[in-house]
Design a protein around this ligand. Structure first.
Ligand code: ADP
Ligand code: ASP
Ligand code: MG
Length: 412
């Protein structure tokens, strides 16, 4: 039997009624002759509640226990989905990550999937089970402890299963009917894309478009998984949603495919550090050893042998970054006057593989922001993206102005 992977996100399983609706969709695929692996998220809001409980109990929590708690939301949905399917006379069984087992690294709260043996579930399919409902977002470490894959990780579970079981397709059911040129909640003019290239989706996801977890796109690209994003609320059809595919499979595309944004960025500046060879190495080694994921970097003009060094990092790592540079200063590794953290910033990015062959995208982006009176604090570019850091209060304005200027509401 061909295998299909269907993943339902939090809002798609938020109530018993929605679980029933999702189960009906699964039933339709089973009737077509598929063996289905259903990956479920926790009911919407559940994971946030669990994270809140952990933080309240233990602010500097033991990450192993964090994972034990926050992985539990998915188990409830998996059992309920299996029961719902059984009520519909569809032979179904639930599986927690460790039962499969989804083997991961031991990096608690950000573990990576290393291996998913297919034999256990395949044996059940051979016995007549039609649907394996698997808790998304979780796995088991080499030490035998429960791990989680980072927020939004059920997408990655789904793609990893599709690769391991050589599924015909991996369908990601969510609360929007596909991937848009930008988050439709921020820009009413956002347009649904029929297809998007893996590389563009990878950039959009890593720059903040949470419709797919970045790692899931990486895996789909590497293992050539047919990945589709579609709505669990709307009527189903064979070409519904957005297909994430190779760029060769897209006939026409705009120079800029989409605009992404991220609210949880902060800008940090070390004021007055000695401008000498090795200073950047010392600062960023200290940050890296302190577990800080630095994103953008600028070194300001040097005056009288002193300079300012600025970087951006996730807001929840600011305290860690402050500690890392303070420790390095105490050890005499670096010297600076003060460290300033600006947590009221946002990152806005334009993404498109067309930028490889078109010039002027950056100039246009900066002109658009300037015309809106938005000051750019930091800039980074790569082959297919340009990102700027701006004051957070201008984020929506910037996204909409860029969406208009690059005419993303119109198809190429
Ligand atoms: P799920 O719970 O189903 O995993 P998520 O909330 O993780 O759903 O992801 C879906 C959300 O992603 C949408 O509701 C939308 O607000 C947001 N989003 C951000 N950028 C985009 C985009 N470019 N296209 C579609 N949705 C986007
Ligand atoms: N429930 C987890 C989260 O909210 C994983 C997921 O839904 O993908 O992050
Ligand atoms: Mg998600």
């Amino acid at each position: 039997m061909p295998v299909l992977v269907m993943k339902f996100g939090g809002t798609s399983v938020a109530t018993l009624d929605r679980i029933r609706r999702a189960a009906k969709r699964v039933g339709v695929e089973v009737a077509k002759g598929y063996d289905v692996i259903v990956i479920v998220s926790a009911m919407s809001g559940k994971t946030n509640e669990l994270v809140g409980w952990v933080n309240e109990t233990s602010p500097l929590y033991d990450a192993r226990e964090y994972d034990a708690v926050v992985s539990s939301g998915e188990n409830v949905t998996a059992g309920l989905m299996a029961l719902t399917l059984q009520e519909m006379d569809v032979p179904a069984r639930s599986w927690q990550g460790w039962q499969v087992p989804v083997r991961t690294t031991s990096a608690h709260s950000a573990a990576r999937i290393e291996e998913i043996p297919a034999d256990n579930i395949m044996a059940k399919f051979a016995e007549g089970m039609k649907v394996a409902v698997v808790s998304g977002f979780q796995g088991v470490s080499p030490e035998g402890r429960i791990t989680t894959l980072g927020r939004g990780g059920s997408d990655t579970t789904a793609v990893a299963f599709a690769a391991a079981f050589e599924a015909e397709r991996c369908d990601i059911y969510t609360d929007v009917d596909g991937v848009y040129t930008t988050d439709p909640r921020v820009s009413p003019k956002a347009r649904k894309l029929e297809k998007i290239a893996f590389e563009e989706m990878l950039e959009l996801a890593s720059l903040g478009a949470k419709v797919l977890q970045t790692r899931s796109v990486e895996l789909a690209m590497r293992y050539k998984v047919r990945l589709r994003v579609l709505s669990s609320f709307e009527e189903q059809s064979d070409n519904a949603g957005t297909l994430v595919c190779d760029e060769e499979d897209i006939m026409e595309s705009n120079v800029v495919a989409g605009v992404a944004f991220s609210r949880d960025e902060s800008k940090m500046t070390l004021v007055s550090v000695a401008d000498r060879p090795g200073i950047a190495a010392s600062i960023f080694t200290a940050l890296s050893e302190g577990g800080v994921n630095v994103d953008m970097i600028v070194q300001n003009i040097s005056e009288e042998g002193r300079t300012d060094m600025t970087w951006s990092c996730p807001t929840d790592q600011v305290a860690r970054a402050e500690k890392a540079v303070a420790d390095a200063k105490a050890q005499g590794v670096i010297n600076f006057h003060e460290v300033i953290a600006d947590t009221d910033v946002a990152k806005v990015s334009v993404v498109g593989i067309g930028m490889r062959s078109h010039t002027g995208v950056a100039a246009k982006m900066f002109q658009v922001l300037s015309a809106e009176g938005i000051n750019i604090k930091v800039i980074t570019t790569s082959e297919i993206k340009i990102s700027v850091l701006i004051d957070r209060k201008y984020m929506e304005l910037a996204v909409q102005a860029l969406h208009d200027a690059f005419e993303l509401e119109k198809a190429a």
